[in-house]
Design a protein around this ligand. Structure first.
Ligand code: NAP
Length: 253
């Protein structure tokens, strides 16, 4: 039956940036769909753990800083050691540093590209190697952005990295589809999380953005839940290399 294909019972998911915002929402969604969830973060995921365990779900915290690729093998190993195998990777951790392009500092450029682009690629690679070793296929969902499609203002490294995420998602989907690995992405619109604190506190920019969203509101972590469960489930087994916008209609304008 079709709803059974959305079930993640018996699956293991690893979500980066699991302590807050969209990552936390996606951890809860995957758990509600039946997956055991490993949350990767550089600080405590206690709140996420509580949200999952109060509904009877299983949660493992993996503390790792994705400002380098050094912890990536450990992330795979800790998840496999705890759960026996891995089936789903959600590359959600990301940062944004706002500065006029004319003044943009090399350090800010490197920080953003490292976490949003380099760590994403090497996490994809490490999980694909593990999926191939297991012989079971697997799912990878990367978190893209409206700035995978648009230029943005004062965020050149973020735009570069999120445009790369869309391209990488296509490239890796091509190489790995034959192993039963689905690589797709979700492009959130303007969501009310820490990532947009600065934007939302600028009344003029905030109003400009809100006026342009057909749905008439900022998105929330809950808005990501349906798309992530779909892309991590058997229901999307013939969806490869696509980036799904969850944006209240922003791109449709
Ligand atoms: P957020 O609340 O700032 O969450 C970002 C997450 O990434 C946090 O858990 C953060 O951990 C983690 N992270 C950042 N750098 C890390 C590092 N070096 N190592 C490990 N974890 C790290 O913002 P969010 O909106 O939920 O963002 C989630 C994803 O959605 C990001 O990729 C973001 O670019 C993307 N996105 C967001 C929006 C939006 O409007 N909010 C729109 C499009 C795309 P800390 O709490 O420790 O910083």
């Amino acid at each position: 039956m079709i709803l059974d294909k959305f079930s993640l019972k018996g699956k293991t998911a690893v979500v980066t940036g699991a302590n807050t915002g969209l990552g936390q929402g996606m951890c809860v969604a995957l758990s509600q769909a039946g997956a055991a969830v490993a949350g990767v973060a550089r600080r405590s995921c206690e709140q996420t753990r509580l949200m999952i365990e109060e509904n009877g779900g299983e949660f493992l915290e993996i503390i790792a800083d994705l400002s380098s690729i050094e912890p990536i093998d450990r992330i795979v190993n800790e998840a496999v050691e705890k759960f026996g195998s891995v089936d789903i990777l959600v590359n959600n951790a990301g940062i944004i540093i706002r500065e006029d392009a004319i003044d943009y500092a090399e350090e800010s450029w490197d920080k953003v590209i490292m976490t949003n682009q380099k760590a994403v690629f090497f996490l994809c690679q490490a999980f694909a190697r593990q999926y191939i070793k297991q012989g079971s296929g697997g799912k990878i969902v990367n978190v893209a952005s409206m700035l995978s499609y648009q230029g943005g203002i004062r965020v050149p490294s973020y735009t570069a990295s999120k445009s790369a995420v869309l391209g990488l998602t296509r490239a890796l989907a091509n190489e790995w589809a034959s192993y039963g690995i689905n690589v797709n992405a979700i492009a959130p619109g303007y969501m009310a999380t820490n990532n947009t604190n600065q934007l939302r506190s600028d009344e003029q920019r905030s109003n400009e953005i809100l006026e342009r969203i057909p749905a008439g509101r900022w998105g929330t972590p809950e808005d990501m839940m349906g798309a992530v469960v779909f892309l991590c489930s058997e229901a999307s087994s013939y969806v490869n290399g696509f980036t799904v916008a969850v944006d209240g209609g922003w791109l449709a304008r």
